[in-house]
Ligand binder design. Structure first.
Ligand code: NI
Length: 171
């Protein structure tokens, strides 16, 4: 088991557009294993490679949906190919912005295509928490954080809270 260091808001890598993986290799699969270890250790439900300092389009999620169905996915080069026009709002947090949570509005259903760790094409039709988690992680690959999805007012409030927290932590 290898734990990777999680990058925190302010790190440049979180704001970069991650590059596609050209060839899925053992190294990619090792990264995915380490990302799962890191995500479980941090008690998160999703993690994207930029969050561990690697600007590549790789993400993992592990969510339990409303029906109690356990959904575990590792995706390489994921793309949202369809999104419902219907949206809903639910609380999100992020391992890169620890301690902050806010309601985020997103499409209720998405279809995501990508590659599995064995480089097989995957298509996931997701609703509920899985849809939300997939969108949150794909956002990370484009340098987008959940705070960017908030109104300027909400974001401002959250950022003031964040600065206060960080100042407290630095002492
Ligand atoms: Ni996140």
């Amino acid at each position: 088991m290898a734990l990777l260091e999680i990058e925190i808001l302010g790190a440049k890598v979180l704001r970069e557009r991650a590059v596609p993986v050209e060839t899925v290799t053992d190294e990619t699969r090792r990264l995915i294993r380490d990302m799962f270890d890191t995500m479980y250790d941090a008690e998160g439900i999703g993690l994207a490679a930029p969050q561990v300092g690697i600007s590549e389009r790789v993400m993992v999620v592990d969510v339990t949906d409303e029906d109690g169905k356990h959904q575990v996915h590792a995706l390489i080069n994921p793309e949202i190919v369809e999104a419902a026009s219907e949206t809903d709002k639910a609380t999100e947090g992020c391992l890169s912005i620890p301690g902050l949570e806010e309601d985020v509005t997103r499409p209720v259903r998405v279809v995501v295509e990508g590659l599995s760790p064995s480089a097989e094409p995957v298509r996931i039709e997701a609703g509920g928490l899985l849809a939300r988690a997939l969108q949150h992680e794909v956002d990370h690959l484009d340098g987008i954080l959940f705070i960017d999805r908030l109104s300027p007012l909400k974001r401002g409030m959250l950022m003031r809270k964040w600065r206060k927290k960080r100042k407290g932590a630095a002492r």
